[in-house]
Write a protein that binds this ligand. Structure first.
Ligand SMILES: Cc1ncc(COP(=O)(O)O)c(C=O)c1O
Length: 397
């Protein structure tokens, strides 16, 4: 076989439901035409980056700085890291410096170089379930072991269950808030309780790092201040990206922010520099770094996403689906009306041409994920289909 045994197993598993459904959508598009497919399967924003950002990009190309296409320090341009550090300092009140910012190839690149740097073979990473499936690869890439811990019925952290899952091998708790696939935003109170547990473990001599995937940090609908994990716990690394907040997923730009409370930051950064080279990224894309530095306080329109969230949520409720209202990101995770959500998802696809991803693709059977980062018109046109299929399974409960 051309592929390794490990990759062969991953292919055979066919648990990459997101991709699977995306490919099915391409087939259906050919058959029925674009306007007759309602594709909620992929978290690929349908919007364009801010105009000012595009202008900045044009400016950077029209007035090239000498050497702008050359290699650079592995952690990125210092002036860009200064911009990001200033933003983080302003947001958290902590003394971030450019050393605490490491520019990366998206959020995915940030977590991979971090795990390569900090995980020993057999180290355990606690992961609240449901979860972004790629996390499993990011952990296992470097010999780590995933320990799944179920969230509660509102997809909030079950801190007691996390405490029970901690073993002497636990090195990391990996949280993702706002969350993919549920849209949950973890409450400040639960994060504080989690921090308390981790400090308690510290007293026994074990250091556990809290790694926060904050790819959706700016996409929140509560209108309230999002809890700042850097102010809640000390051993924090936050991976973020501009894939969602500036709608640049194809450009692969993000960063890792390291808490100023971490005393061993220099050793950590030296390790990250080795990891980014060893994994072949070398550095984050140069042109994109130049552009995003000054857009740290910007984001695409939250109001537009809120309108979409409300429309999808209200429709699902009217159709009788059991669904927790998401507070962030652009995902919804309703309960499947039948236990086998794969059967339901395929039925919805065949009968209504609505594409979703089965919950088992995120570690939770019996649910399905809708990514509503699609044109409003697509949502409007899908409404009758959602209502029909909901009614078929008993309608409003
Ligand atoms: C939770 C989460 N983390 C990371 C990523 C990947 O982000 P990036 O494009 O910045 O690598 C995604 C993409 O969908 C995501 O949902």
């Amino acid at each position: 076989m051309i592929v390794s045994d490990k990759i062969g197993r991953l292919i055979a598993d066919q648990e990459g439901w997101t991709r699977k459904m995306f490919e099915a959508a391409i087939q259906m598009r050919k058959e029925y035409g674009d306007e007759n497919i309602y594709d909620f399967s992929l978290g690929n924003p349908d919007i364009e980056p801010p105009t000012e950002l595009r202008n900045k990009l044009i400016d950077a190309l029209c007035h090239p700085a000498p050497g702008m296409h050359r290699y650079m320090p592995n952690n990125g341009y210092v002036e860009v890291r200064e911009d990001v550090a200033a933003y983080l300092q302003e947001r958290t009140g902590l003394s971030f410096t450019p050393l605490h910012v490491f520019m990366t190839v998206g959020c995915a690149g940030a977590i991979n170089i971090l795990f390569k740097t900090i995980l020993n073979e057999g180290d355990e990473v606690i992961l609240p379930n449901p979860f972004f499936w790629e996390f499993k690869n990011y952990v296992e890439n470097f010999g780590g072991v995933v320990r799944l811990v179920e969230t509660d019925e509102d997809f909030q952290l079950d801190v007691e269950a996390i405490e029970q899952a901690i073993t002497p091998k636990t090195k990391v708790v990996l949280i993702n808030t706002p969350n993919n696939p549920t849209g949950a935003v973890y409450s400040e109170e639960s994060l504080k309780r989690l921090a308390k547990v981790l400090y308690k473990v510290r007293k026994r001599g074990q250091e556990i790092y809290l790694v926060a995937d904050e790819a959706y940090r700016k996409l929140v609908y509560t209108g309230e201040h999002l809890p700042d994990i850097f102010r809640i716990y000390d051993l924090v690394m936050s991976a973020t990206s501009h894939s969602k907040d500036l709608a640049l997923p194809g450009e692969r730009i993000g960063y890792l922010a390291i808490s100023p409370h971490i005393a061993e930051v220099e050793t950590l950064v030296s390790g990250l520099m080795i990891a980014i080279r060893a994994l072949g990224f070398v550095n984050a894309p140069a042109l994109m770094q130049r552009v995003v530095g000054e857009f740290q306080r910007n984001s695409v329109s939250i109001a537009d996403y809120r309108v979409k969230r409300d429309l999808v949520y209200d429709t699902l409720v009217e159709a009788g689906f059991d669904c927790v209202k998401p507070e962030g990101a652009f995902y919804m995770f309703p309960k499947s009306p039948i236990p086998d959500e794969v059967e339901f998802v395929f039925k919805m696809q065949e009968e209504e041409r609505i594409l979703a991803v089965p919950g088992r693709g995120f570690g939770r059977k019996g649910y399905f994920r809708l990514a509503y980062c699609v044109p409003l018109e697509t949502i409007r046109r899908a409404i009758p289909g959602f209502l029909r299929i909901g009614k078929q399974y008993g309608g409003r409960k």
